[in-house]
Design a protein. Sequence first.
Length: 157
Amino acid sequence: MNLLCIDSSARAGRSDQQAHGSHTRRLSAGFLHRWKARRPHDRVVHRDVGLHPPAPVTGDWVRAAFTRPEQRDQRMRETLRESDALVDELIASELIVIAAPMYNFGMPAPLKAWIDNVVRVGRTSLRPRPGRGAVLADAGRTGPATGPAGRARRFRL
Ligand SMILES: Cc1cc2nc3c(=O)[nH]c(=O)nc-3n(C[C@H](O)[C@H](O)[C@H](O)COP(=O)(O)O)c2cc1C
């Protein structure tokens, strides 16, 4: 099985390894450690949008994304290059692990930028795909998803 792990904390280290490390990185690493113990042959791709944020969508991006692939010019293809790579990664994965801190009652801006980049007309869709799942490891005590901080929830996509 192919897993895609997305870390989105602005903090680089893990809270179990350094004083000011990230709780959500600890959660995603712990989940993957236990997963790999049971399924050592599964492939994990890491995408760290916290430390390497995707570019936010722009007017040029929207114009390119809503132009038919065969009608895009070189500049449009270049504009969509990063988005294409992120979509390829997403499509290749069967389980997505998203480690998401709560920042000001929402997700971190780089994680939202990732979502904006992977929701693409003609490439991805929001309809359920049988057999695909997601794990959300979140940290935060207030906001839309209130509850105990530092937990993991599973979803079917
Ligand atoms: C800029 C910023 C905004 C935050 N906003 C919220 C918030 O609205 N609600 C909340 O419960 N926690 C909030 N927190 C606390 C974080 O969710 C918490 O520190 C979490 O552990 C961060 O994830 P990390 O440890 O993986 O970096 C905020 C933290 C930061 C740095």
